[in-house]
Write a protein that binds this ligand. Structure first.
Ligand SMILES: Cc1ncc(COP(=O)(O)O)c(C=O)c1O
Length: 398
């Protein structure tokens, strides 16, 4: 049954619209925008990392030298020099013709969903996984199977069993680097096993990698796509290394997939903003990211250390958390009997917010988990916010 809007309205919504859920995260962000709240909830990069002067100079140069093309309609594939830069920066052999510039990597997920999912198709995801991907996939009506995962990523035996039991899955969606939400990093051994298993059982992979550059001590092992390019669709983003408002990302697709993704892109928005693409290419030329990204790493590592120290200092017995080796998020688990969603109103009343982990599970949720972003709050706010959260947990602990 299609949902009918209130009786005075002539609009009838599609079944697809019914499957669209308001993002819990966006709803939450509204509360956390209140200035008195210390928010560990958002998935926002630190504004301190935005290279404002470089953007200012690049915008002027683009408008001075290339305004007509920059302000005109353009090719759906993306701006040629930017596609070349993307291809050249990836650690495996990529032709620029395989690179499609997208309106954020979120659009890459949407295009993949349209091209790869029929109603009832099985798809496999990690436990937990990125909520925005679940939102992009949901309108295409897949059966989503959440594959058991541990601190190093997906459980290979469970993945094999999931693919061999019943209808083969269209793809496995995987975030090997500093996963959103858990911050975990997939080890080299697990990557090797996943890659060979996926090839063995004919399971395509969608590898989503917006955080891979944000490592703190050592770079992550090679991407899955580098090991098996034919069987992988790779998604990247400029949001976390330059600025999210550009809404620029990219995908790297094997020849078998590229033309359909391009058609889906044409239908979606013709092309991503040509002006933004030129500005990004202008900012990035001469190796700017090689100088800029290390500054982000240094800042985020210090922020992570501040949060780890505050957790260590304040949290009562029974609260556990991980130590992410990169990215923006830390994953914590409350003592038995507590529910992170139920606790949130009390935390907000005490002036601190986080995202309850349950939002990130496609299957049965672990209600004790929560995601803490360590990048946007100041060190002083991290200290106060974690202390406040610890007080709330202590007060409610059975
Ligand atoms: C895992 C993951 N994929 C994709 C995205 C979308 O990023 P964007 O569309 O800004 O490139 C995000 C944003 O937070 C993310 O965490």
């Amino acid at each position: 049954m299609n949902a009918r809007a209130p009786s005075t309205s002539p609009w009838v919504m599609s079944g697809r619209a019914d499957r669209m859920n308001p993002s819990v995260l966006r709803e939450l962000l509204k509360v956390t925008e209140r200035p008195e709240i210390i928010s560990f909830a958002g998935g926002l990069p630190s504004p301190q990392t935005f290279p404002v002067a470089e953007f200012e100079a690049a915008c002027s140069r683009v408008l001075r030298d290339d305004a007509e093309a920059a302000l005109q309609y353009a090719a759906s594939e993306g701006y040629g020099p930017l596609r070349e830069m993307v291809a050249a920066a990836l650690p495996w052999k990529v032709s620029p013709s395989q690179v499609l510039i997208t309106t954020g990597s979120q659009q890459g997920l949407d295009l993949a969903a349209k091209v790869l999912i029929d109603p009832g198709s099985r798809i496999l995801v990690e436990t937990p996984t990125y909520l925005g991907a679940l939102q992009a996939f949901a309108p295409m009506e897949p059966q989503v199977h959440s594959v058991a995962s541990d601190d190093e990523g997906v459980d290979i035996t469970a993945l094999r069993a999931a693919q061999l039991a019943g209808m083969p899955a269209r793809f496995f969606y995987v975030l090997p680097n500093f996963q959103n939400p858990s911050g975990r990093l997939m080890s080299e051994a697990r990557r090797a096993a996943l890659s060979s298993t996926a090839a063995d059982i004919g399971l395509p992979l969608i590898e989503d990698n917006p955080y891979g550059e944000l490592w703190f001590d050592t770079p992550p092992p090679a991407p899955l796509t580098a090991r098996h390019p034919e069987g992988c669709l790779y998604l990247g983003s400029f949001s976390k290394v330059l600025a999210p408002s550009l809404r620029l990302g990219y995908l790297v697709a094997p020849p078998a997939l590229f033309p359909k993704l391009l058609q889906a892109k044409q239908a979606a928005d013709l092309h991503s903003p040509g002006f933004n693409q030129r500005v990004v290419a202008e900012v990035m030329k001469d190796g700017f990211l090689d100088r800029h990204v290390p500054r982000i790493r240094t800042l985020y590592k210090a922020q992570r250390d501040t949060m780890l120290a505050a957790l260590q200092r304040h949290m009562p017995e029974g609260v556990h958390w991980n130590r992410p080796a990169g990215g923006m998020f830390l994953w914590a688990r409350l003592p038995a009997g507590l529910d992170a969603a139920a606790l949130l109103p009390q935390a907000v009343a005490r002036g601190v917010a986080y995202v309850p982990g349950a939002a990130f599970y496609a299957g049965a949720a672990d209600a004790r988990t929560l995601r803490l972003s360590f990048v946007t709050a100041s060190p002083e706010q991290i200290e106060r916010g974690i202390a406040a959260l610890a007080t709330v947990i202590r007060e409610i602990q059975p």
